[in-house]
Design a protein around this ligand. Structure first.
Ligand code: AP5
Ligand code: MG
Length: 210
């Protein structure tokens, strides 16, 4: 099962991806996570990406396309994969399709998690992430991860001004992918504006019926 998770910033892509990983045992490939890892390690890629990420803009296509192509070559993607936050432009989607075709593969389903923008601003300014286990959480949990005891931190791009720009960038550059995958006949939409388990139930039903 080769999946694309679409949705605005904060729609719940990462949260639902973790459930899919647990249920189906396929890896989550989050370009945001890969880029944040490069930023925290201070690599040349991280230094280049940080200025775009801090502003809430997209990192250039050629950079992320290269990262994803490399990642898709790893053995753990043989049984399927979840792309979380990629593609984000039509160019990325076309390059992805071409790269997969060369590997004799294709995207089976693109799942769009739909959430109202005001809900998103509230969610993202409250989000916290565990530095150790990567679990996505919320300010209500305090400063310590209740699962592993790691530090819960706020992402640099989760302030209101940057979130607003990320939403604008989503509308301008990523939302056209809804039509791209609809035209390909593989788009599924989920109402992400309900509690996490209710959204997951819909996602699970959809995936079981693919
Ligand atoms: P990325 O890391 O992909 O961020 P994003 O797309 O902005 O999405 P988020 O991770 O913010 O949200 P999410 O949908 O995963 O929500 P989550 O589950 O965490 O990208 C960051 C940056 O990297 C980009 O701005 C760009 O600069 C760069 N980048 C990445 N990919 C790129 C690409 N392909 N091309 C170019 N540049 C790229 O949930 C959010 C919060 O809500 C959490 O607190 C969670 O607990 C809560 N929550 C989740 N679901 C629910 C629910 N149903 N009800 C209530 N709360 C919920
Ligand atoms: Mg995410």
């Amino acid at each position: 099962m080769n999946l694309v998770l679409l949705g605005a910033p904060g729609a719940g892509k990462g949260t639902q991806a973790k459930h899919i990983v647990e249920e189906f045992g396929i890896p989550q490939i989050s370009t945001g996570d890969i880029l944040r890892c490069a930023v925290s390690r201070g690599t040349p890629l991280g230094l280049e990406a940080k200025k775009y990420m801090d502003a809430g803009d997209l990192v250039p296509d050629e950079v992320v396309i290269g990262l994803v192509k490399d990642r898709l070559g790893a053995g753990d993607t043989e049984g399927g994969f979840i792309l979380d936050g990629f593609p984000r432009t039509i160019v990325q989607a076309e390059e992805l399709d071409a790269a997969l075709a060369e590997m004799g593969k294709k995207i089976d389903s693109a799942l769009s998690v739909d959430v109202d923008p005001q809900v998103i601003i509230d969610r993202l300014t409250a989000r916290r992430t565990c530095r150790d286990c990567g679990r996505i959480s919320n300010i209500s949990e305090g400063e310590v991860c209740s699962v592993c005891g790691g530090e819960l931190y706020q992402r640099d791009d989760d302030n209101e001004a940057t979130v607003r720009n990320r939403l604008n960038v989503y509308d301008a550059q990523t939302a056209p992918l809804i039509d791209y995958y609809e035209d390909a006949g593989i788009l599924h939409r989920v109402n992400g504006d309900r509690d996490i388990i209710a959204v997951w139930q819909d996602v699970l039903d959809l995936l079981k019926n693919l």
